[in-house]
Design a protein around this ligand. Structure first.
Ligand code: UTP
Length: 463
């Protein structure tokens, strides 16, 4: 086995991966051999070479960037436009044409939580987990429209087993087990500055999840796409586990997607400053696409319209709706999603077998991003959402200035307080409020269930 592996590795200058081979026991040798056999060294070499030749592609694209076709908050507030969209979305939901992908394969390194991020307790009063909120939102929508919405949860090798156990021990928070599929994304190795793969231990090459763009391949290869098709699912609602405010399967949002004949619809927020840390959804050469905030030169980011508002206003919040056919078509093209490179700190084993923990980025990781499907989608549109209604993600541990658990708990409480106040209730300042999605999935249901004049002055969990 060793000589076969050596032959392959020598071809790509990666023979150091076998440096400790003779010290390994049989099982360790077998597992290292299996790992090495699975790598596409040709691809890794090409990715490394490409990142070196780099170029300033983004500045060129940014210079041509225009505003994407958009459904704005004004459209949502216009009863005629909204009602039409709502009816279309409602009909699609009622006939079981929607499924949901929840991606949860990330390692949540910034949050520093010792479990998959979806298990993080985020309910401002209930302390319930992110998973519970998402599952109950899906169940609530299924009940509201009397049809199943199958849930596809994407994990990664580091999050798979614990996630599966957690969801199954909690009975999928009420969703019938047969309507939940958990599928695992792939991994990619990382390379050092000279293009060499890093060893995590003497018997294991360092790998990490291949980015949320790994959803496409994993969804298809796991059989989940076929499962969705066999259920008559025509559109997939996509969201990320760290945002508990996602308006899961919002009928009007689905309706606008359908009305536009869009193959991929992305929910966006109006950026509050030119360099806000969200991907910029723009049109370049007639194709909708995202330019990351870090790739958009400030001179283009800060362009304004006559009224002083930002020209490139649309910031992605990683909520999308995909036509199932579009996902299938994209999966048939091997280069539908390019790899991006990121410099990261990766602990590794050096040539003496010592484990080093770098203080500076020492490695290049390769990841795919799901939003790179946008340019190949027909009739792609963006739909605006007020972030207070739909976007607040848990990313950072305290005392970070934003996106900490406390920020997110406050955002949930503020949203639910507004729902109650709109229904004529009074919520005394500073009172944490949480509404279980099964009690009321939206403001209209809260209004129907709340007696005007009710006062809330104690932490309250309506369920
Ligand atoms: P982030 O890029 O914010 O990563 O992922 P993260 O894992 O949550 O946190 P950090 O960067 O390590 O601190 C955004 C969403 O995409 C998912 C994550 O689970 C999260 O829902 N994701 C990310 C994947 O499913 N797979 C990946 O390979 C990367």
């Amino acid at each position: 086995m060793k000589s076969q592996l050596e032959e392959k590795l020598n071809q790509y200058g990666q023979a150091h991966l076998l440096r400790f081979w003779d010290e390994l026991n049989e099982a360790e040798q077998a597992s290292l051999g299996k790992q090495i056999e699975a790598f596409d060294f040709e691809l890794i070499q090409t990715l490394f070479t490409n990142q070196q030749s780099g170029g300033n592609k983004w500045a060129e694209l940014a210079a041509k960037a225009e505003v994407p076709p958009a459904i704005t908050l004004q459209d949502f507030a216009n009863p005629q436009s909204y009602d039409e969209a709502y009816s279309l979305g409602k009909a699609a939901l009622e006939s079981g044409k929607l499924g949901m992908i929840l991606v949860a394969g990330g390692q949540g390194s910034r949050l520093g939580f010792n479990h998959p991020k979806g298990m993080f307790p985020i309910g401002p009063v209930s302390d319930c987990s992110l998973y519970q909120i998402h599952c109950e939102k899906i169940l609530a929508r299924s009940k509201q429209f009397g049809a199943t919405i199958p849930l596809y949860v994407m994990t990664s090798p580091p999050t798979h087993d614990e996630t599966t156990k957690f969801l199954s021990e909690n009975n999928f928070f009420g969703i019938p087990e047969s309507d939940v599929k958990i599928f695992c994304q792939g991994v990619m190795p990382a390379v050092d500055q000279s293009g060499k793969l890093l060893l995590e231990s003497k018997s294991k090459v360092f790998v990490s999840p291949d980015g949320h763009g790994g959803t496409l391949g994993a969804f298809v290869n796991s059989g989940c796409l076929d499962d969705a098709k066999s259920r008559g699912v025509e559109h997939i609602f996509y969201g990320q586990v760290d945002n508990p405010l996602i308006q899961i399967c919002d009928p009007a949002l689905i309706g606008y997607h359908l009305k536009s004949g869009s193959e991929m619809t992305s929910q966006v927020v109006r950026k509050n400053e030119p360099t806000q840390k969200v991907g910029n959804v723009v049109v370049v050469d007639d194709a909708v696409q995202i330019i990351e905030y870090s790739d958009l030169p400030e001179k283009y980011a800060s362009q304004t319209n006559e009224d002083g508002s930002l020209k490139l206003w649309a910031g992605s919040i990683a909520v999308h709706i995909f036509a199932t056919d579009f996902l299938e078509r994209s999966s048939q093209s091997s280069d539908a999603l390019p790899f991006h490179q990121a410099r990261k700190k990766v602990p590794f084993i050096n040539e003496l077998g010592a484990r080093l923990k770098p203080s500076q980025p020492n490695a290049i990781k390769f990841e795919r991003f799901i939003f790179d499907l946008l340019p190949s989608a027909k009739n792609a549109i963006v739909c605006e959402v007020d972030p207070a209604d739909g976007f607040c993600a848990v990313k950072n541990a305290p005392p970070a200035p934003s996106e900490t658990p406390q920020h997110v708990k406050d955002a949930i409480s503020a949203l639910h307080t507004r729902w109650l106040e709109a229904a004529g209730a009074t919520v005394e300042e500073g009172t944490p409020i949480e509404i279980n999605p099964l009690y009321a999935p939206d403001a209209a249901t809260v209004a129907a269930k709340t007696e005007s004049g009710t006062t809330f002055n104690q932490p309250t969990y309506l369920q």
